[in-house]
Design a protein around this ligand. Structure first.
Ligand code: SF4
Length: 376
């Protein structure tokens, strides 16, 4: 084992080196060739497809990504097609995957690629990192797999494998520790096969060296693993301290006219702190105990509406990272829907589900339709 040392770091990360490194690399690559999952983005060298898969896989499970990935490519088969598409079509294709900033950045980056790089994903790390939404991990994954660039990836899966191999006990996300892990990952990389190597490391973390119960009996590098030797494979890496959950109450207005049409808005000033992912939403505001009063005030200020009737609809639960949201929808019958503010768009209530919205908005729409035995 050799160690990789960075200035001001708490402890060294010991990874295989010399003759051990050769055996380690060979063992992992052979295992990957034999055991890798057949995934739709495997086997392609098309940087657009690799990039798309990496972006979709951030925060989302493989099984959930596959149908979205295939459909997205049918709709936008090239960088150029994605760049030309209207934003709402891209968001519609993304609807259900969540974290919509990924889709927006993807399209902004596609437009940059067309404008500045002739429609080709840039081949240098510096240029790739200038694209919206492309960080060190995504750039290294795309450039290594598509172009064979010798850049190691470090994501949560790879970090966990490294932490166990070297029995690292502290918080992996400390900046100094993360830099050490990047250096360790780079030291292990097989320069002639960086794409396969990176995928092998990620695959090991995703399928064998899993967070809760690593399958050490099936691990191709078990003999190099310090955590396993110490019986610490299930306790390392240390759990991150979780941010305390925050309870949020959100009052939302389902304005409804006599034709059962409602209005969605995209407010410039977001009174919900981004809980609707900056997508089309019902007029809404964070509130305290008296949700109806808060909503009336909000409708008066933001939409110029005096909401005489606010009929409470069934509540719904929603979670966004550390925030536990109680959605408090109200039916607000109106003679005329407001169309002049916050880019308001009018549509039948039943069509909200098909509109590019966040899942919170769809929950509110469902609540309005379920609780909908009302007279307008
Ligand atoms: Fe992970 Fe176990 Fe392999 Fe160590 S031996 S790398 S803990 S699967």
């Amino acid at each position: 084992m050799s160690s990789v040392r960075t200035k001001n770091t708490p402890r060294e990360i010991a990874v295989p080196a010399g003759a051990e490194l050769t055996v380690f690399r060979r063992g992992l690559l052979r295992w990957f060739e034999a055991r890798k999952r057949a995934l739709p983005w495997r086997g392609t060298r098309d940087p657009y497809r690799i990039w798309l898969s990496e972006v979709m896989l951030q925060q989302t499970r493989v099984a959930a990504v596959i149908p979205y990935y295939e459909r997205f490519l049918r709709l936008f088969p090239t960088v150029g097609a994605l760049a030309r598409a209207p934003e709402h079509e891209v968001l519609e294709a993304w609807a259900g995957l969540g974290y919509y900033s990924r889709a927006r950045n993807l399209q902004r980056a596609a437009r940059e690629i067309v404008r500045r790089h002739g429609g080709q994903f840039p081949k240098t790390l510096e240029a790739a990192l200038e694209l919206p939404g492309v960080g060190r991990y995504t750039a290294a994954a795309v450039l290594s797999i598509a172009f064979g660039a010798p850049l190691a990836v470090l994501d949560g899966n790879v970090a966990r494998v490294l932490a166990r191999l070297a029995a690292v006990r502290d918080d992996l996300r400390q900046p100094a520790r993360w830099r050490q892990l990047e250096a360790a990952a780079q030291g292990l990389l097989v320069p002639r096969e960086p794409g396969a190597w990176n995928q092998a490391m990620m695959e090991l973390g995703a399928t064998v060296c899993t967070p809760r119960t690593p399958a050490c009996g099936e691990c191709p590098v078990v003999r190099f693993c310090r955590a396993r030797a110490m019986g610490l494979q299930e306790t390392l890496p240390a759990k991150r301290e979780k941010r305390a959950p925050e309870n949020v109450r959100l009052a939302a207005a389902v304005l409804l006219d006599a034709q059962r049409r409602t209005v969605l808005v995209k407010p410039e000033y977001d009174a919900t702190d981004g809980l609707f992912s900056r997508m089309w939403q019902f007029p809404a505001v964070r509130c305290g105990k008296d949700a109806a009063s808060a909503l009336r005030r909000h409708l008066r200020d933001a939409q110029g509406i005096e909401a005489a009737d606010c009929v409470a609809l069934p509540q719904a639960r929603h979670a966004v990272t550390y925030r536990r949201v109680t959605l408090l929808p109200f039916l607000v019958p109106v003679d005329a829907l407001p169309t002049k503010r916050d880019g308001a768009t009018v549509l039948p209530l039943e069509e909200v589900e098909r509109w590019p919205t966040s899942s919170a908005t769809r929950k509110i729409a469902r609540s309005a339709m379920r609780g909908g035995e009302w007279e307008i």
